[in-house]
Each structure stands twice: as structure tokens, then as C-alpha cells.
Design a protein around this ligand. Structure first.
Ligand SMILES: NC(=O)c1ccc[n+]([C@@H]2O[C@H](COP(=O)([O-])OP(=O)(O)OC[C@H]3O[C@@H](n4cnc5c(N)ncnc54)[C@H](O)[C@@H]3O)[C@@H](O)[C@H]2O)c1
Length: 363
């Protein structure tokens, strides 16, 4: 089977993390063209990825007109995601799109419809699901070791607005018009999607957001607290922040009738390295008594590499995308699955604005 031939649209910051897949899995996925509205950025990427300079574009329509492009990898700014995706689908290209899918729920639904109408595969790059440790948590939950899940929590603390952060003061992530929101949209989309992977779909949301930080623009929030009700009846909370005085920190905690599991980042390393930390579990099945008081102790579990080609989640996701197209399978982070992640995230904004609990089906 020939490799999936991919055109990259948006060759800025995170697209560099996609390059490992293009360079090291060439028999499955081949980068053939690069587009960015900033030509020098596209040229630099092409040079580093071994793409011919004649296949560099500043207009995505020209890249999409190439017959040798089977699929696109879109890593543009959020306010471009809907138009980029719909344009690619109409050109008959499969779509891998960086998170978050869209700046509104109606836009997200239109994108999924456009891809389904065109018969192309649509996958959202929710990279946390492609990490070996989180795959292991998913398998433990599916095996029933935690019993019935009744509660969960995600912490999502990304100090982008703190003095000395790597983010520039005029970063588009602080601008709700470009980002679609603030810290919840930019970062907590990851943790919300992970909770959904472990617990199920979100049906109701209650939330409060704060956007009084001086770097926030056009209504972006720098902090939020949300409560989610899942379709199973389980409840979950999210703490999200750009400005809390903590290190970068991401945690997910799942509580069931027979066990508890939580993931916690390593204190050192970059944002991806931090996720390579074992989850901790206490359960009936692997009861370990502490001698002095008989309480359960947490023990470390994971990672699980089954079905993954690499420890690098970005590499895993692009290979998964190529293999799903090759084998006619639905990606685990399909656009249709991701609709509920978008409903939950946009539900935070709708509930905060309304000042009461909202049903995501009303969005
Ligand atoms: N998975 C992760 O951990 C992770 C981390 C960072 C960013 N992201 C996501 O990746 C995406 C890009 O973020 P980034 O940090 O790389 O941003 P960035 O600003 O560094 O890069 C975006 C690039 O898109 C280009 N661009 C904008 N509009 C375009 C268009 N219409 N056509 C072609 N190019 C266009 C810009 O010139 C820029 O080079 C976002 O969706 C973001 O949320 C994901």
C-alpha cells in the first residue's frame, strides 16, 4: 500500500511536533506539500522536512488543487479551522485537524457534515489519547476494574499569562476572537476530551469564568471552574487557568465503585514529557494494605504500548490517521466523536453566560 500523501496547512509552532511522524514513518505517511500564509515559515518547514520548495504555498486552495495530496494536516489558528476543514473536505481530502475543532458548536457540526457528505475521514488531533499512559488508563477502565464511575476531575493549569511565561503578551491565545475563548478553549479542551474518553459523553454543564486579567482580549477567560454531568449520571469538575500561580499542571482523576485512578504530570520536562508519568491506582482487585492502618495504598501502573508505534503522541496520532484511512476504520478521535468535546467546552461558556446549568443539546 502506498503511503498517505499529506499536505500541511499551517506550519507554525505545533506543526513542528508533527514532523517526527512525517520523517520516521515515510512508508505510511508522506508529506508532499506545505502551506502557510507566512511564506518564510512554510519554506523553512519544507526545507527541514525534505519537501521540494516548489510544493510550498501561501494559499491553501492551491495546495488542495494538487492531485497528489490525499489528506491535509491542519494546524492553523482556531478561527481558521472551520473554513480550512470545509474547503479541504469539498476538495475530497481527508482531514487531520489540530484541537480544538471549532470556535462554535454550529460550526463544528457543519464541519462534521461537510466531511461526511464528502466521504472523507475527519480526525481531531486530541493527542492526549495517543499517550501510552492514558491508553493504559482507558484499558483499565474498560476492563471494569474501577467498577461504576461516579465522579471525575481534571486540573488544567497552564501559566501562559504569568510573568516570564513563554507566551507573548499579544499572543492570539489571549484573544477570544481568534482562539474562540480563553484557557478552557486553548488548553482544557485536552482534559475535557480525556475525561470524555474515560467517562462518556457530557449532557449538562454549570460554570463560572473570570476574564479580568489585563492580557485577556475580547472576552477571553483566564480562569474557569466547571461541573459536568455525564450521560451515565457521573459528575465531573474542571479547574482551568492561564494565570494561577502554579507550574504547568494537568491531572485527571477518576473515581469508581471499585477503584480510583489518577494521572499526574512529572514535575520536570516539557509539556509532552510531563505526560510520560505512571498513573496511580487503588482498587479492590489489587488491594495493597498499609500495615499500620489497613488503608489502601496507591500503586503505579502503565504505560501500555499496544497499538501505538511510538512514545510520542503526535507521531502516534498521525500514524493512526493514516492507518484508519488505509483500513477504512473510524479514528478514536473522529470529528463526530469530538462534537461532544466541543459541546462540553462551549457549554462552559454558555453556562457561565447564562448563570445556570445548560443542556448541551440546546447549544
Ligand atoms: N496538541 C498540542 O499540544 C498543541 C499545542 C499547541 C498548539 N496546538 C494547536 O495547534 C494549532 C496551531 O497552534 P500553534 O501554537 O502552532 O500556532 P502558531 O500561531 O504557532 O501557528 C499557526 C500557523 O498557522 C498559520 N496560519 C494561520 N491562518 C492560516 C491559513 N488560513 N492558512 C495557512 N496558514 C495559516 C500561521 O501563519 C502560523 O504559522 C492550534 O489549533 C492549537 O490549539 C496544539
Amino acid at each position: 500500500m502506498p503511503p498517505l500523501r499529506v499536505g500541511l496547512i499551517g506550519s507554525g509552532g505545533i506543526s513542528r511536533a508533527h514532523m517526527d511522524g512525517f520523517l520516521n514513518y515515510r512508508d505510511e505517511v508522506e508529506l508532499v506539500a506545505v502551506c502557510d500564509i507566512r511564506e518564510e515559515v512554510a519554506q523553512a518547514y519544507a526545507a527541514d522536512a525534505g519537501v521540494d520548495p516548489s510544493a510550498v504555498y501561501t494559499d491553501a486552495a492551491e495546495l488542495l488543487a494538487r492531485d497528489d495530496v490525499d489528506a491535509v494536516d491542519i494546524a492553523t489558528i482556531h478561527d481558521q479551522h472551520a473554513s480550512n476543514t470545509i474547503q479541504a473536505a469539498r476538495a475530497g481530502k481527508h482531514v487531520l485537524l489540530e484541537k480544538p475543532m471549532a470556535c462554535s458548536v454550529p460550526e463544528a457540526r457543519e464541519m462534521v457534515s461537510a466531511c461526511e457528505d464528502a466521504g472523507v475521514t475527519f480526525m481531531v488531533a486530541q493527542m492526549l489519547r495517543y499517550l501510552p499512559h492514558y491508553q493504559n488508563v482507558k484499558r483499565i477502565i474498560e476492563a471494569g476494574e474501577l467498577g461504576d464511575i461516579w465522579a471525575c476531575r481534571a486540573d488544567s493549569w497552564f501559566g501562559a499569562a504569568l510573568p516570564g511565561s513563554m507566551s507573548r503578551d499579544d499572543w492570539w491565545g489571549f484573544d477570544a476572537q481568534r482562539n474562540g475563548g480563553g484557557s478552557v478553549m486553548m488548553v482544557s479542551t485536552h482534559q475535557v476530551d480525556l475525561l470524555r474518553y474515560f467517562v462518556g459523553n457530557v449532557v449538562r454543564v454549570t460554570a463560572k469564568t473570570w476574564g479580568d486579567h489585563p492580557l485577556m482580549r475580547n472576552g477571553a477567560e483566564d480562569r474557569a471552574v466547571a461541573t459536568f454531568e455525564f450521560d451515565s449520571g457521573a459528575m465531573g469538575t474542571l479547574l482551568s487557568s492561564y494565570s494561577a500561580r502554579t507550574p504547568w499542571y494537568y491531572q485527571s482523576l477518576i473515581l469508581g465503585s471499585k477503584g480510583t485512578i489518577y494521572t499526574e504530570p512529572k514535575p520536570e520536562g516539557n509539556v509532552v514529557d510531563q505526560h510520560h508519568a505512571p498513573a496511580r491506582i487503588a482498587s479492590e482487585a489489587r488491594e495493597t494494605k498499609l500495615g499500620h492502618n489497613g488503608l489502601n495504598a496507591f500503586s503505579e501502573v502503565g504505560p501500555d504500548m499496544e497499538g501505538l508505534v511510538s512514545e510520542n503522541p503526535f507521531t502516534n496520532e498521525i500514524v493512526h490517521f493514516a492507518r484508519c484511512i488505509r483500513d477504512g476504520k473510524v479514528p478514536i478521535t473522529s470529528g463526530r466523536d469530538n462534537l461532544n468535546t466541543m459541546e462540553a467546552v462551549h457549554g462552559v461558556y454558555a453556562a457561565a453566560k447564562a448563570g445556570h446549568t445548560i443542556e448541551v443539546s440546546d447549544l
